[in-house]
Design a protein around this ligand. Structure first.
Ligand code: SF4
Length: 323
């Protein structure tokens, strides 16, 4: 039977920079409490909080730190122009944690930190001016390199509704893959996963939708462990960016096609009109999805009812009301 994070009542394990949960671990002894992370997210995510700088033994409060030197391999130093290299101290503080993050499904990072920042972190030259090339915090860089398929976002970017919706969808997709496919690997489990995500894939990338279908059709050519790895690499790449409005409409119209025999043409025409309202940006995505869900629950086949596109994460999170 298909594992379902929504009906199992399980919280999804997600790593997070500790200061975002209100822990007073910042260099100035303060925090960066996030109402977003402590709001509806916290009803569904079981947070694993971590501050790499505190884990590395830096005091709180502490002098500010910054990245210095070669943009491709910067070192951590105090900002007060002392040249002490703090890189090894930080890395030794977080490497054990990084090695044991294989059972989480996402990570939320604090921006602008030489440890946690995911992008656009200044790297200074010896003359004190920043390079034009920006980089990543050292913990964020190690996290992303160790777990390239893990959904990772900065809290600041999650205030963009489309990025937030996409991140949460990827967290659930990662969780379902870990529980349904990686924990019980079989061709059958992989086929079931793919089947349940078909229309979500279609909404993100028609070419990936076809390519992943072909990968599974040729499944006999690859050892199972390679197939499972290859599939997830391509899947996570395909869904890494928010789907476009037109592509959502295409997926919704395909799903509506399943109601051809069970719902009168006049009612289907009404649904099509709501899908077109979404295309014209007159309503948000939740509107056509809620309407089509109403019909699918009553008249849809088991196959179409199992489509995670219809509810990729708990609808109560309200994310499709904003895109
Ligand atoms: S940004 Fe990272 S290193 Fe800085 S206080 Fe927050 S958790 Fe600690």
């Amino acid at each position: 039977m298909q594992y379902n994070a929504m009906t199992s009542g399980k919280m999804i394990p997600v790593g997070i920079s500790a200061c975002l949960l209100g822990d007073e671990v910042r260099y100035n002894g303060g925090h960066s409490r996030s109402t977003l992370c402590l709001g509806s997210f916290s009803e569904h995510f079981s947070y694993q909080r971590f501050c790499p700088e505190v884990a590395a033994g830096f005091s709180t409060p502490r002098p500010t730190m910054r990245l210095v030197g070669d943009p491709d391999q910067p070192v951590l130093q105090y900002s007060n122009s002392s040249e002490e290299d703090l890189t090894d101290q930080l890395v030794n503080g977080f490497k054990h944690k990084i090695a044991h993050l294989d059972s989480i499904d996402g990570y939320i990072l604090m921006k602008n930190s030489p440890s946690c920042g995911m992008e656009r972190i200044k790297i200074y030259q010896e003359n004190g001016h920043p390079h034009t090339q920006r980089g990543r915090g050292l913990f964020a860089d190690a996290l992303i390199k160790t777990y390239p398929l893990l959904p990772v976002e900065e809290e600041g970017r999650l205030h963009d509704a489309a990025l937030c919706e996409n991140f949460v969808m990827r967290v659930y997709a990662h969780h379902h893959y870990r529980k349904e496919v990686r924990e019980n690997p079989s061709h059958h489990a992989l086929l079931q996963y793919h089947s349940s995500y078909k229309y979500l894939l279609l909404a993100h990338s028609q070419s990936a939708y076809k390519a992943l279908g072909q990968l599974l059709a040729d499944a006999g050519n690859l050892p199972l462990n390679e197939l499972i790895e290859d599939y997830q690499v391509r899947f996570m790449e395909a869904v890494s960016k928010p789907a476009k409005r037109g592509a959502h409409c295409n997926a919704l119209l395909h799903i509506l096609g399943y109601l051809k025999k069970s719902v009168p043409a006049e009612e289907r025409q009404g649904v099509t009109e709501v899908i077109n309202q979404y295309l014209r940006e007159e309503v948000n995505l939740a509107t056509p999805v809620t309407l089509i869900n109403h019909y699918i629950k009553r008249y849809g086949s088991d196959y179409v009812r199992a489509q995670r596109y219809l509810e990729p994460y708990p609808a109560s999170m309200g994310l499709r009301n904003q895109v």
